[in-house]
Structure formats: structure tokens, C-alpha cells
Design a protein around this ligand. Structure first.
Ligand code: FE2
Length: 385
């Protein structure tokens, strides 16, 4: 394991080559389709410190589905469940289990975003649609991306309401404190065998993204399994979508396991940023969030060597990081701290990453081996390695 040296970020390409036909202001929300939104909302409040924010369901006049919106700093999660067997949401749930349906992007102009992307080959999910209530109007449009996942463009400049028209403020008597999660740093998609480059090209052509960083199976492998990954970024760098595909190894790759259980491509993990990972992870552990096993002793012994010139910058005590199972990596611009949860559903599919960047812009390549060995120990228990 060594830190990435002379890493090629391709940032100059981001500024020169990125096209501004799709300016993105940030992630607007992430919507999950779940089997029981009421219980899932309780989990995200209790375990991850999300706050009750907005609600739509029978009480607000929506007879088809119930949606709970949870918020922590800039992160908004929407948990949606169908209220009858005829809802098309059921097909998604039957096939995939609980998972991410929508990665919504905040834009200035949702109509133009839809026109520019569909003109470049995106398949439409939702034509530009205006929704209104007494607080103003929101225009949303949407396109399909990998698997059954979609991107929805949200234009909310003429809206003063809590979330979207039709939603009411969700007042709750149960309000666990936040744990310091700030914003979505990146969201990773798993795609099928040999499909990574086709989705890289799709994000380039359809959304004007650039390939910010790449890892091949020589860099990302353990004794048993391998994967390949390319990180796509939009022009201003606010939206980063790494895309993974499985690679051949002696045993089954974690990506293959995901594809088997999700029954196709989909969102693999959501990385959320904190500016105090020690405090955040200590609280998450206290609240029952399950993390992958802590890397072995040798991993932490090697940290001072791996960090090299960033040793003097390291503000955290290595023993404390070890105690919490937090991993460290560095690139030429600084270091980063990260940790990964176990899947948050019974199917081994979606999980979360908690990340604190101290200058580094990478994704923890130096940790990949330790991380994947830890995942393989879990796969072994599940009989899916
Ligand atoms: Fe990540």
C-alpha cells in the first residue's frame, strides 16, 4: 500500500474541456425507494442523526405513496414507499430491494437541462413539469442513467416552501441530535461487466462531465478479487460520480456480488463529508451504525511511512483513528480520513462512506486493499466470495 504519487487528476481538462451546457449547483436530494419509509426514517434519524424535515402522504392528500424527507446540513434524503400494490414503485422494490432511485441535481433551468441532455442521447424519465402550491413553483425534469436509477433536475428559484409542492413540514417529537454530516462528497455507481467505459462516455457526452481520476484492476485488487473505477466530475467539481465495474479475480468481486443482489446496476455508496470524523464516527458507533472491520495492526503501523510529507499535518492521533477503525490516505495535496459502513439493507447492496478531506482530492486509493479485504471477510460470511 502506498500513497498515490504524481496522480493525474485531469483537472485542467475539467476547466478547459468541460462544457457548460449543464451547469449544476449541487446535489438537491437523494430519493430511496424502501419497503417501509416510516421505519427507514426512524433508522436514519436514530442511527445517522438526520432531522425530520418534510412529509407527503395520506395526511397531505397523497394516496399513492408516502415520502419522508430527512435533512442534515446540506444533505436531503427522501424515503418513499408505495401505499398500494398497483404503484410502479413495487416493481423497483421487488427487483432491487431498498435502494437509491433518484439522484436529484439542483439546476438554474430544469427545462434547458432536460433539452440539452436528451438532445445528446439521454433517455427521458420525466418531461419538464411545473408543480405549484401557495409557496411558488418548482420545475423538475428527469433522465435515466445506469440501471433503473434516474437523475432529476430541480429548478427551485421561484419556490419558498419547505421542500417541493405537496410536501408539508414534518414536525416530530423525536429529534435525535445530528452527528456532523455536512454534504454529499461523491456517489458511486456499480455497472455491469465491460460497461464502465460506456457509462464514462455517457457522462461525458450527455452531461458534459470529465474523467477526473481512474483506477484499473492492477491498482484495485486483493489476492481474490478486483474492480475498475473511473471518477466522473462535472465542470465545477461539485458533483463527483465514480463508476465501478467488476474485474476478473480468483473469487467473486464485491461489485459482482452487488450486481447479483441488486439485480443490475445501481448506486453502490454515498460518501458524506464531515469536518470532525472522530466525533462523527464515535457517535455513529454509539448509535448502532455498523462499520466494516477495522484494518489490522500492520495497516496503522505503516501509516507514518505512507503519509510521508503529510505526517506533520496529521492532526489526529493514530491510536484514536485505530480505535474507531478510521482509515487514512494521502495524495500530493494533503490527506483524507474515511470509513465505510456495512450495507444498510439485508441485501449486500448500498452502504455509506464517511469522509473528511484534509486537502486530498482522491478517493483513498491507498486504502483500497485494506478496505476490500475487509469486504471480503464479510462476503465470506455471506457465502458470496
Ligand atoms: Fe467512496
Amino acid at each position: 500500500m502506498s500513497k498515490i504519487k504524481n496522480v493525474e487528476y485531469g483537472l485542467e481538462k475539467i476547466f478547459e474541456g468541460a462544457q457548460d451546457f449543464l451547469p449544476l449547483l449541487g446535489t438537491d436530494y437523494v430519493e430511496f425507494y424502501v419497503g417501509n419509509a416510516k421505519q427507514a426514517a426512524h433508522f436514519y434519524k436514530t442511527a445517522f442523526g438526520f432531522q425530520s424535515f418534510a412529509y407527503k402522504g395520506l395526511e397531505t392528500g397523497c394516496k399513492e405513496y408516502a415520502s419522508y424527507v430527512l435533512k442534515q446540513d446540506k444533505i436531503r434524503l427522501v424515503l418513499t414507499t408505495p401505499l398500494n400494490s398497483k404503484s410502479p414503485i413495487n416493481e423497483h422494490l421487488t427487483k432491487h430491494g431498498d435502494g437509491v432511485k433518484v439522484v436529484a441535481l439542483w439546476v438554474e433551468d430544469a427545462t434547458k437541462s432536460w433539452e440539452e441532455t436528451t438532445k445528446r442521447g439521454a433517455k427521458s424519465f420525466m418531461k419538464p413539469t411545473t408543480e405549484k402550491d401557495e409557496y411558488g413553483e418548482v420545475i423538475r425534469s428527469g433522465i435515466h442513467t445506469y440501471g433503473d436509477t434516474v437523475h432529476i433536475f430541480v429548478e427551485r428559484k421561484n419556490y419558498k416552501g419547505i421542500f417541493l409542492p405537496g410536501y408539508e413540514k414534518w414536525e416530530s417529537d423525536y429529534n435525535p441530535t445530528p452527528v456532523g454530516l455536512k454534504f454529499i462528497d461523491h456517489m458511486v455507481g456499480n455497472v455491469g461487466w465491460g460497461e464502465m467505459n460506456q457509462w464514462v462516455k455517457w457522462y461525458e457526452d450527455v452531461m458534459g462531465f470529465v474523467n477526473f481520476l481512474s483506477f484499473d484492476d492492477k491498482q484495485i485488487h486483493t489476492e481474490y478479487s478486483a474492480l475498475m473505477s473511473k471518477v466522473m466530475s462535472n465542470g465545477n467539481g461539485r458533483i463527483k460520480f465514480p463508476i465501478n465495474e467488476p474485474a476478473e479475480g480468483k473469487k467473486k468481486s464485491q461489485i459482482e456480488e452487488y450486481l447479483d443482489f441488486y439485480e443490475g446496476p445501481g448506486a453502490q455508496h454515498i460518501a458524506v463529508a464531515t469536518d470532525d470524523i472522530i466525533k462523527t464516527v464515535a457517535q455513529l458507533r454509539e448509535r448502532g451504525v455498523e462499520f466494516l472491520s477495522t484494518p489490522p495492526e500492520e495497516y496503522y503501523k505503516a501509516v507514518p511511512v505512507r503519509l510521508e510529507e503529510h505526517n506533520h499535518e496529521l492532526r489526529e492521533d493514530i491510536e484514536t483513528l485505530k480505535g474507531l477503525g478510521i482509515m487514512i490516505d494521502a495524495d500530493e495535496e494533503g490527506y483524507l480520513l474515511q470509513i465505510f459502513t456495512k450495507p444498510v439493507e439485508d441485501r449486500p447492496t448500498l452502504f455509506f462512506e464517511i469522509i473528511q478531506r484534509m486537502g486530498a482530492r482522491g478517493f483513498g486509493a491507498g486504502n483500497f486493499k485494506a478496505l476490500f479485504e475487509s469486504i471480503e471477510r464479510e462476503q465470506e460470511k455471506r457465502g458470496t466470495l
